[in-house]
Design a protein around this ligand. Sequence first.
Ligand code: NAP
Length: 259
Amino acid sequence: MSAHAYVSELFSLEGRVAVVTGGSSGIGRAITGALARAGAGVVVVARREAELRATVDELTAEGCRAAWVSADLSTAEGVRAGADGAAQAFGEPDILVNCAGINLRPPMAELGEDVWDTTMAVNLKAPFLLGQRFGPGMAERGYGRIIHVTSQQAHRAFVDSGAYGVSKGGLESLARSQAEAWSPHGVTVNTLVPGFVLTPLNRSLASDPEKVASLAARTMVGRNGLGEDFAGAAVFLAGRSSAYVTGQSVFVDGGFSVH
Ligand SMILES: NC(=O)c1ccc[n+]([C@@H]2O[C@H](COP(=O)([O-])OP(=O)(O)OC[C@H]3O[C@@H](n4cnc5c(N)ncnc54)[C@H](OP(=O)(O)O)[C@@H]3O)[C@@H](O)[C@H]2O)c1
């Protein structure tokens, strides 16, 4: 067997269908590209159409299968519409990546119910509802991969974690509950845990060069994260070779969390 055939047998996503929320920007966009280039048909779900179209156009120009659905995941109706639209593109998904997320960062004393509710809706309730929508079908078909993108803030306080850290802590617990329910039926559920990644989410923090440099120094690798750092881990967790990895938090953070 050639090396190419062996690697392909381990990691190819040929014939699989993936849904990636938040797949039009930052980490999600890199994961979308990785899954599509590894052979999956990928449906990207987010709100802004120009970013969605640009993501999908880039991939279809390379010969990948990709489609997009515009939906607001901050409401249950938006989640339902997004899920139904996503399933229409290439059929029911084998892989669900919950990457859409917001981080509003008001100081604790100013954290109101509105920010709390919106944060929980997008970061925690939408992944739960999408799991309820797609998880049972994956279990019935005997193959599924659910990947939640959480945060180091699920594990420690960091720059006004507020509601955000709580939502990500909940998401890690949700992954374990889903893993418990569906792993016996071929559906693994894991989380990818970023450290500090230079994306639009961190625009204001990233505009302070001293802060950026001090965060890079807190890693072991010596730099902050990039979207493409998540490509390999996402393909691994989406594919057949990770069948015995479930309920786990996979830190992709340059060693930030172990310093
Ligand atoms: N960057 C980091 O340092 C870092 C660290 C730890 C964890 N994370 C997590 O990684 C994930 C991706 O973050 P990122 O840094 O790549 O952020 P990003 O570049 O801001 O991307 C966020 C994505 O989520 C989508 N989204 C936001 N609100 C939405 C809503 N209501 N409905 C549908 N889609 C929505 C956005 O699209 P629209 O705005 O068009 O809807 C966009 O595609 C998030 O879950 C974040 O919490 C990031």
